[in-house]
Each structure stands twice: as structure tokens, then as C-alpha cells.
Write a protein that binds this ligand. Sequence first.
Ligand SMILES: [Zn+2]
Length: 78
Amino acid sequence: MTCPACDLANKGELTGSYQANCDECTARQFANGIDLFNARKAGEMTPEYVAILQKVWGDDWEAGHERVKAWVKKKGKK
Ligand SMILES: [Zn+2]
């Protein structure tokens, strides 16, 4: 499930737009977010980071984390 903003981001284009109802946009936002930054700095899943994942993906939060990581990788390629 993607949206025009994700399509742009997928092509490696910078986009500052996020669609509220798009899971991929949410993952993209988390990839750029402070909670992931802190978790990576700490070298572990912080309670704050797990909390935002659970808020969006519920019991599937680990799958959500995989999506966030995928966006981090894409970002790193640039
Ligand atoms: Zn999207």
C-alpha cells in the first residue's frame, strides 16, 4: 500500500509530504524520527520507540519496525 508521496520517495526523490492514512508514510516518518534516532544511539529498542510502533501496528509492531528499517536503508543509499 503506497501513495503518491511514497512513490516519489521510492524513486529517491526528497519529499516532505506524508499522507495521514498511509502506513508507508508513517514508517517513513519514523525512519526520520527522534525515537528511532534515540533507539539506534542506545543500541536497543527503547520503550518510546516500541510505543510509537505499537500505536500504529499493534501486535504487528515488529513488522512495522522492519518497514521503518527498509526506509532507513533507502535513505542511506542517497
Ligand atoms: Zn505513503
